[in-house]
Write a protein that binds this ligand. Structure first.
Ligand SMILES: Cc1ncc(COP(=O)(O)O)c(C=O)c1O
Length: 386
């Protein structure tokens, strides 16, 4: 644990975390973590330090920074409650999903199920399999909800389910426990795109097993762009024979003489190919250290409170909430629209007041994080009242 974590552990209030770590909040009411998370101060400082070290020392800087890879892998395994051997670093969600798509042994006639309205990162890797005779079947959400019975029907005869934990547009969180059990009972491989939840909500992959889980770290994980995670459940590792292999997929005993007979690593590092983004990983180490020190359950509870306040006030002001509000399906995302005013108009009004949100699927999407406050919610309501 870095000294920064000790500082945060001694900080009892999220307001103090805001002050210490999130200069962005001095400039904006930043409510767009579903698009891109701002870097915490410690993360930005570490990246600057790393850059200066590599500027001044070249390869001699590696000794100081290389340990970040193992430490960050350990933090990710703690976040997901899995073993470090099941974690590979990637550059983004798409790469993780593409590794899965390219490395499984598909047969003509195999059926992949996904959801209509998924973010395209979680559709294109599966569509590409059509060239191998794989069929892609969609489940259509009803009123923004992915209904378990519909999923069950769609999984009939299927081999694989690719689904987001949290839908990017309306923030609907699937019942992962139920989906995990459904897939296990049908012998369907379950691949989770977790980018819209990881870092904001607790995700325990021992309690709710999946086969694969991929996410980039630049949204709710508050890390730099260009670093992500692929989790491969060890029980399916042998099924996922890496389509791309490289020299860092091997655990070398000796880095000065390479014996080509050395097999690929037994761990998920076998999917890592070559040199990783040390900037990204060292940045992720800092951001994840902060998130874990504050606690995922605490962050989730905070987000529930903020989005609840927002939703209830907006409803009384005549807005329609597009996010399903059942507690068990909530996330850090709240999307809404107005019967008379376009989403773009609302977005522009917010932006003029230095409030950063997004327009998605005809609604305004707001996505607070741990350092946002009740005052931020009030700032939004003030603008949207008129
Ligand atoms: C559900 C989902 N998956 C994936 C991505 C992004 O994919 P990548 O990390 O490959 O850029 C996003 C958002 O940009 C998303 O909302």
């Amino acid at each position: 644990m870095s000294s920064g974590d000790a500082v945060v552990e001694s900080i009892s209030s999220l307001d103090m975390v805001r002050q210490a770590e999130f200069p962005v909040a001095e400039r904006y009411t930043y409510l767009n973590h579903a698009a891109l998370g701002p870097l915490p101060r410690r993360t930005a400082d570490t990246i600057s330090e790393l850059a200066q070290d590599f500027r001044d020392k070249g390869v001699l800087a590696e000794a100081k920074w290389f340990g970040s890879i193992a430490r960050t892998r350990a933090l990710v395994s703690k976040l997901l409650n899995v073993s470090t051997a099941e974690i590979a670093f990637t550059k983004n969600t798409s790469q993780g999903l593409s590794i899965v798509a390219a490395s499984l042994p598909w047969k003509p006639g195999d059926i992949v199920v996904t959801v209509k309205g998924e973010f395209p990162a979680n559709v294109y890797p599966w569509l590409a399999l059509q060239q191998q005779g794989v069929t892609v079947r969609y489940v259509r959400p009803r009123n923004g909800r992915i209904v378990l019975q519909d999923l069950e029907a769609a999984l009939h005869g299927a081999r694989f389910l690719a689904i987001s934990w949290v839908q990017y547009s309306n923030g609907y969180r699937i019942d992962l426990d139920a989906v995990s059990k459904l897939c296990a009972s049908r012998k369907v491989l379950l691949c989770l795109d977790a980018i819209q939840g990881a870092g904001a909500l607790p995700l325990d992959l021992q309690a709710t097993p999946v086969d694969f889980c991929a996410f980039g770290a630049h949204k709710w994980m508050l890390a730099p762009q260009g670093v992500g995670v692929l989790y491969v459940n060890q029980r399916v590792r042998d099924l996922l024979q890496p389509a791309n292999v490289g020299w860092l997929g091997v655990d070398w005993r000796d880095y000065t003489a390479f014996d080509y007979d050395t097999p690929l690593s037994d761990t998920a590092a076998r999917y890592e190919e070559g040199t990783r983004s040390l900037v990204g990983i060292a940045g992720l180490e800092q951001s994840l250290g902060l998130l874990l020190a504050v606690g995922q359950a605490r962050i989730a509870q905070h987000l529930q409170q903020l989005t609840d306040q927002l939703a209830h006030q907006l409803m009384t002001m005549g807005y329609r909430i597009m996010t399903p509000l059942e507690h068990e399906h909530r996330s850090g995302i709240l999307t809404f629209c107005h019967p008379q005013r376009s989403a773009q108009e609302l977005f522009d009004a917010l932006r003029a007041a230095r409030i950063v949100g997004a327009v998605r699927e005809g609604g305004v999407r707001l996505s607070p994080h741990l350092y946002n406050t009740r005052d931020d919610v009030d700032a939004v309501l003030n603008v949207l009242q008129v």
